[in-house]
Design a protein. Sequence first.
Length: 175
Amino acid sequence: MPYPQPPASARHDEMHALYRDHSQWLQGWIRRRLGNADRAADITQDTFLRLISSALRQPLAEPRSFLATVARRVMIDQLRRRNLEQAYLEFLGSQPVLEECSPEQRLLMLETLMQLNAMLDGLGQKVRDTFLYVQLDGLTYPEVAQRLGVSVSSVTKYMAKATERCLLFAFDAQL
């Protein structure tokens, strides 16, 4: 049974108390894992921003455990984003320079890559790899099957799953 949403002022007070009581602990917990105080402060802030924008409706029985879980997810998301940006920069570096991209064009390309990453998030690694090999690298299904060590039938199933995810993502974006 869903919990009723508390009034805005009560939710604000709960979030304020959660931040007041646990933000320093969370920042120290993150700093010990990352070894970087600045990144720990950023991730702590992002963790609380994620909580504020969430539809959290129930009181937290174990707030530190919950905060640690959310912080881990924020760290994973940031790592994914950094890896995606690095792959994008490596890709750009490997391409012949035909014309210089404007900062706006670079931002648009990066936003497109982030949308692609969000769209493929949650799919298995082989499904993601299959989609990227076919759509970005232009490989055929047999070539993908050979690279991944799977059958062409599996590649077909992976592409169907990835295509379905793309369609659902596009449909949700239009709503």
